[in-house]
Design a protein around this ligand. Structure first.
Ligand code: PIR
Ligand code: CA
Length: 316
């Protein structure tokens, strides 16, 4: 069965891989790429999205620029991990396609309202600003979206603060609105994505494809590996955002458990924490399917396959 999806992203090394899997997997119909400020400013991440489309041969997917600042808080970016461009490492190819004239919020609303209810999946891999805005502008999208599968949060730890993950911390009010929305939300958090590392054997398998795209991916993973080593002491970089698309390709990649997830908005040290209650301790209705296990082999097999498919110039 083919799943339609919109990726709302802030590329970003792992966002780039998520786009590549979505474009190169036959079970995914990639309907749009929308951008949101996060890893870098909106101009930079939008340009990066277009560069990824150029190298991956993605020519028929609309790309629309979205929110440049969070709903309420001052902006944060992540140059320590993603570099000044937001996608440092490879030479970034010149964009080959024009931006869609619509704003991200409008493109998301148009696609969700034009298509049959229950057929469009939203895959946010950056701060949730666009998604929260779209819910407010056109509340009917909430009942029409099939599923929201987001990279963000965690039930054990943070990366930007001890308790907060970057995408949630960057716009916690937006994240709270998305979790509280009456649509099925799947949270793929750091608990799982930190296990989804691009180890040396994986990088070697990608290099062996021996195409301009595989070279680009190797350069992405090499830069990401260096910053993850320097900043967080990882032996190999975790490809967070790739995991959400993988979950849509094959749900077996992650098992999930139902929980209530609330975003801390007023904590002294814990703002942006995704408080995850598996055990009904807070007496709140479960609103989220939380990823709790990872099949790493499955994740990388489908990803390497997608890179091969796109390398043969058969981009959807
Ligand atoms: C990764 C990200 C931001 C900051 C750090 N330190 C690491 C980006 C990734 O693109 C991913 O979507 C999410 N935010 C992980 O926190
Ligand atoms: Ca991201």
């Amino acid at each position: 069965m083919v799943e339609r999806m919109i990726i709302d992203c802030d590329p970003g090394h792992d966002d780039a891989l998520a786009i590549i899997l979505a474009a190169g997997n036959p079970n995914i119909d990639l309907m749009a790429i929308t951008t949101v400020a996060g890893n870098q400013t909106i101009e930079k991440v939008t340009r990066n999205a277009l560069s990824v489309c150029a190298i991956a041969g993605i020519t028929d997917v609309p790309v629309a620029q979205g929110a440049g600042v969070p709903l309420v808080r001052p902006q944060i970016v992540a140059p320590d991990i993603h570099g000044e461009s937001g996608l440092d490492g490879p030479v970034l190819p010149e964009p080959q396609i024009e931006l869609d004239p619509r704003r991200a919020v409008d493109l998301i609303i148009d696609l969700v309202m034009e298509n049959e209810p229950g057929t469009i999946n939203l895959v946010p891999t950056g701060p949730l600003t666009n998604v929260a805005l779209a819910m407010k502008v056109e509340p009917r999208i909430v009942e029409r979206v099939k599923r929201v599968i987001l990279m963000g949060g965690s039930y054990t730890r943070g990366n930007s603060t001890p308790s907060a993950e970057f995408n949630i911390l960057a716009d916690p009010e937006a994240a709270q609105a998305v979790f509280a929305g009456a649509w099925p939300v799947t949270m793929v958090g750091l608990d799982q994505t930190h296990q989804a590392t691009a180890d040396a054997d994986i990088v070697a398998r990608i290099a062996a494809i021996d195409s301009p795209l595989s070279e680009f991916v190797v350069e992405i993973l090499t830069f990401f590996g260096t910053t993850y080593k320097d900043v967080q002491g990882f032996d190999a970089p975790p490809v967070h955002d790739l995991c959400c698309v993988a979950k849509l390709v094959n749900p077996a990649v992650f098992a999930t458990r139902d929980a209530f997830v609330g975003v801390e908005l007023t904590g002294r040290w814990t703002t942006g924490m995704t408080v995850t209650d598996f055990d009904n301790l807070l007496d709140q209705e479960h609103n989220t399917q939380v990823a709790t296990t990872l099949d790493k082999q499955l994740l990388w097999d489908m990803t390497i396959n997608a890179i091969s498919v796109l390398s043969k110039g058969s981009a959807a």
